[in-house]
Design a protein around this ligand. Structure first.
Ligand SMILES: [Zn+2]
Length: 170
């Protein structure tokens, strides 16, 4: 999961070589010469959708999806959190320039989703019900090759203030 931080409490503080930002060799601490981090960028898009299964009757769609199957669509303010993981580049101190991550997510995803009707305007959902789960999987598949050499680690898609979906490529 995101934000998992393991903090080792010790009576004796580790000795840092502040100039090199590494542990001094006289400690027994693990080698942190190539530390790895997870970096997250949040983006926003507005989109309309309708949840339905075309093989079902209108009554069955209404029973399963409720108001989300309204034939005239409805909208959401989506928030998408994209997390990438990798080694910290010693030259920059970055896993990935977060501005570059913003550009990748904007170019690869937001440009295609924002102010769109997902069912009608976005080919990714021509034959795929645009549930939050399926949107998250699509976002993963689009982004995974785009963020290399960093590794896409996690996606969280907020569909409402209370509902979100997590996907990690499984
Ligand atoms: Zn909805």
């Amino acid at each position: 999961m995101l934000g998992k931080v393991h903090r080792a409490e010790s009576a004796e503080a580790p000795a840092w070589d502040t100039a090199a930002s590494t542990f001094s060799s006289r400690t027994e601490e693990p080698n942190l010469a190539m530390p790895r981090c997870v970096v997250t960028r949040r983006v926003h898009f507005n989109a309309a959708h309708r949840l339905s299964n075309p093989r079902w009757s209108e009554a069955e769609n209404a029973r399963v999806f409720g108001v989300c199957s309204n034939p005239n669509f409805h909208g959401h303010n989506y928030d998408l959190e994209v997390s990438v993981e990798g080694e910290i580049d010693p030259a920059t101190g970055y896993v990935l320039d977060i501005q570059r991550l913003k550009e990748i997510v904007t170019e690869c995803l937001v440009r295609h989703l924002d102010h769109k009707n997902l069912n009608l305007d976005v080919p990714w959902f021509r034959d795929l019900n645009p549930s939050a789960e399926n949107i998250a999987v699509v976002c993963w598949r689009v982004l995974e090759p785009a963020v290399k050499p960093a590794r896409l680690a996690h996606i969280r898609l907020w569909e409402t203030e209370r509902n979100y979906v997590d996907y990690d490529g499984a």
